[in-house]
Design a binder for this molecule. Structure first.
Ligand code: NAD
Length: 757
């Protein structure tokens, strides 16, 4: 099992050659170290690994080969192994292999390393006979620690977990009391007064619980590897209660007092014997998984609260079936963002295009005759790509970078010969910054854009404009007053095929558009929610509504919604919608379906999900009374209309291929923005465009919540009118669309689609 990249798992063939003092083992089972592998798979703090990575540690199998120098093993022996990745065959140093006694099942023996981890924690707890004990967490380590403590003669055990999902496991291991804090609250924990508490989750909040549950003078064992920072205030409680906080980690096994040099082998022997005698049972803790389902297993590990532990069963694996090579999947790069080389001629700046917006920005600004110089605010995942696009465009450069994580700011600055700035005000004070690019968590877009605009900087804000429609509307109005240019980053408008499609639709090449189809299906790995596709910046903003404003609809489908409006000129009159959270990693939707009615009576069907394993599919098609045109997955069309000067054959399928490479479109986007700034005119993609997309998405969210049809224009009116009547986000009210056509519930065609511009 290999992890080719963050959040991705695949099988790959291996070749194993035993070295000196090694035994060659055909693996029967390998146990997933749930907490550690989950944390590494999604890239949590303190758990970063390099890729490709080979996960796994604890396994068992049968000896099939021996180095002549190895003593104490014979071919055919059953062994439990330490430090072995998940693989069907392994060469293991003899001192990491332990004979499995008769009576212990080989698959159960695969738990050995996890049991040693838990056993070390129990050893360090220095339990006295019948001493009451608390365990935080019913993961594999928590459950094993509880069972081993009981074997060692501990007194009554209280298990504390987040949810009641695994109460059965805790009770089966001998817990006399069980507390689910999500249901019972945390106050009950403070009255437990336990002399010993083992924290077995690594969650800083769980450490706080352990400290609360401990009696004054008690011992708290930190068996979970910390996956975040605990609040400093905990120290005060530790001092006040005179607690002994004991760190426990398997890497320190050998030096741990009381275990001695042969401690590891002795404890391994005790664990394997307890398994043979039946005094330690692990059958209920482990679910067997076919290694060919590794990708699925790791996804489950992230969001399946009921899964305690899992074990790869390799026994069927060597008998015939060749490994499935899942590595052929898409790479982990976000769809369409892999950097690609562009021929120099591909980046063009065509003055004049987009001028149909009419007048320039409110204020009068000097024309600029040199490249436009950008300052970056937020230097995470997409900022790297934005800066590359700026470097590729002929009329833009990056001069300054700021991120609350100074390492990221330095890194981006160093890549582009820019300076890292210590703060946002410092960046905004620089005279050599003409414009800023905000590549920030969504909740920071609006306030930061306003601050930059008020400092006189032009603003490119990553989509969406804000987390909510009111903030977006207020921002667009406020920036308008400052006279600087505000643009929302929708680079997909600049695909060559998009420009062509817009021209065809505007020239009535498809007749009246009566149907639009927009699909966006993608496979976001679980790690995405903890730091995007690359893990460059660890964070959880994507999974929380307060910081992201929404999931796949706001995060991804917004691009398609903008394209629909840009190409067809159709405004969405009303929507009904449903959303779902299938993957349940974040608290935002990862799946949606919307039914749309446009201002001209056309219908639309839009759907998306970010949680479909191994599939990336996009579709964007416009169906007209005389022809149809698709922009995704490839550019294709057919029309029965002859349009002079368009040079399109009639009644012949035409196929141009996939959209322009993402770096090309993004580079064009920045280039066009820069020339708008230079020429003192509105950018092609304005804040108002972003606002409209946000209104449609907000209407979909409201429709999904209320079950009613909702009109984006109605919402916008609510939000652009001064409070207090803002609560009236009523279901659809017929109103005039921008094109002047009254929206009704029936399909009334009203002439061909016209550009709102
Ligand atoms: N247009 C597109 O195609 C596209 C693609 C991907 C992401 N995005 C958008 O780009 C934005 C950023 O996404 P990302 O994937 O780069 O996220 P990210 O989490 O990788 O990067 C955000 C960065 O902002 C920094 N940050 C947080 N608070 C800050 C503050 N107060 N001041 C300065 N820096 C701060 C973080 O440290 C982090 O490095 C989001 O709006 C996202 O939706 C757009």
């Amino acid at each position: 099992v290999s992890w080719p990249a963050l959040g991705r798992a695949a099988l790959e063939p291996i070749t194993v050659e035993p070295g000196a003092r090694e035994v060659l083992v055909e693996i029967a089972a390998s146990v997933i170290s749930s907490g550690t592998e989950r944390a590494r798979f999604v890239g949590l703090p303190n758990a970063r690994v390099d890729f490709p990575h080979r996960p796994g540690c604890s396994a068992s199998g049968r000896v099939i080969g021996l180095d002549p120098g190895v003593q104490g093993f014979r071919i055919g022996d059953e062994v439990a192994l330490l430090d072995v990745p998940h693989q069907s065959i392994a060469a293991v140093p003899a001192e990491r292999a332990f004979l499995v006694p008769a009576g212990t099942s080989l698959p159960d023996a695969a738990i050995l390393q996890l049991a040693l981890i838990a056993g070390l924690g129990v050893h360090q707890a220095r339990l006295r006979s019948e001493e009451p004990l608390g365990i935080i967490g019913v993961g594999l380590i928590g459950a094993l620690a509880q069972r081993l403590a009981r074997l060692q003669g501990a007194g009554p055990c209280t298990t504390i977990a987040r949810t009641p999902a695994k109460e059965g496991i805790a009770r089966a291991g001998g817990a006399v009391a069980f507390l689910a804090v999500e249901e019972q609250g945390t106050s009950a924990v403070q009255h437990l007064e336990l002399p010993v508490v083992i924290e077995a989750t690594g969650d800083p909040e769980a450490l706080a619980l352990a400290i609360d549950a401990a009696a004054p003078g008690g011992r708290v064992i930190m068996l979970g590897s910390p996956r975040g920072q605990a609040p400093l205030a905990l120290l005060e409680t530790i001092r006040r209660k005179r607690l002994l906080l004991i760190g426990s980690h398997i890497t320190r096994f050998e030096g741990t007092p009381g275990l001695g040099p042969a401690g590891l082998a002795a404890m391994a022997g005790r664990v394997l014997k307890a398994l043979a005698a039946g005094s330690l049972s692990v059958a209920d803790l482990l679910e067997d998984v076919d290694p060919r389902e590794a990708a699925r297993l790791y996804r489950r590990l992230v969001n399946d609260r009921e899964l305690v532990g899992a074990r790869f069963d390799w026994t069927g694996f060597l008998n015939g079936d060749a490994p499935i090579r899942e590595g052929e999947r898409r790479s982990c790069a976000p769809a369409g963002t892999a950097p690609q080389a562009i021929p120099p001629s591909a980046v063009t700046d065509r003055p004049g295009e987009g001028l149909s917006w009419g007048g320039g920005p409110a204020g009068v600004r000097r024309q600029i005759d040199r490249p436009i110089r950008f300052g970056f605010v937020g230097c995470g995942e997409i900022a790297v790509f934005n800066a590359e696009a700026i470097a590729t465009a002929p009329n833009t450069s990056t001069v300054a970078c700021f991120d609350i994580n100074p390492e990221l700011a330095h890194d981006l600055a160093q890549r582009h010969g820019a300076v890292a700035m210590p703060s946002l005000p410092a960046l905004l004070e620089r005279d050599d910054v003409d414009a800023v690019v905000l590549s920030l968590p969504h909740h920071l877009h609006a306030p930061t854009a306003l601050e930059a605009a008020q400092a006189g900087k032009h603003v490119v804000v990553e989509k969406p404009v804000a987390t909510d429609l009111r903030s977006a509307a207020e921002l667009v109005q406020a920036v308008e007053r400052t006279g600087v240019a505000l643009s929302v980053c929708f680079p997909e408008r600049y695909s060559t095929g998009t420009t062509r499609a817009k021209e065809i639709v505007e020239r009535n090449g498809l007749g009246d558009i009566f149907m639009v189809e927009l699909l966006w299906y993608a496979d976001k790995p679980p790690s995405y929610w903890f730091g995007g596709f690359t893990g460059r910046s660890a964070s959880t903003w994507r999974m929380r509504p307060e910081t992201s404003g929404g999931g796949v609809l706001l995060m991804n489908a917004c691009h398609g919604l903008d394209l629909v409006r840009h190409v067809t000129g159709l405004e969405v009159a009303s929507v009904s919608a449903s959303t779902a959270n299938v993957g349940k990693i974040g608290d935002v939707e990862d799946t949606f379906a919307i039914e749309v009615r446009f201002g001209n009576g056309a219908l639309g069907i839009m759907a998306g999900t970010s949680t479909v394993g191994g599939l990336h599919h996009e579709s964007l098609r416009f169906l007209g009374t005389d022809g149809w045109l698709g922009l995704r997955p490839v550019w294709e069309m057919r029309t029965s209309r002859r349009v002079a000067d368009l040079g399109i054959k009639v009644n012949v399928p035409i196929r141009l291929g996939p959209p322009s490479p993402p770096l090309v479109t993004r580079s064009r986007y920045f280039s066009r923005f820069a020339s708008a700034v230079r020429d003192n005119r509105r950018p092609d993609v304005t804040g108002a465009d972003g606002l409209w997309v946000q209104a449609v998405i907000t209407a979909a969210y409201e429709a999904a919540m209320s079950g009613a049809r909702v009109s984006p224009a109605g919402l916008l009116e609510d939000f652009t009118r001064p409070p207090p009547q803002t609560a009236n986000r009523s279901p659809e009210r017929p109103r005039k669309g921008r094109s002047g056509v009254t929206v009704s519930g029936t399909l009334t065609m009203s002439g061909r689609a016209r550009s709102p511009r």
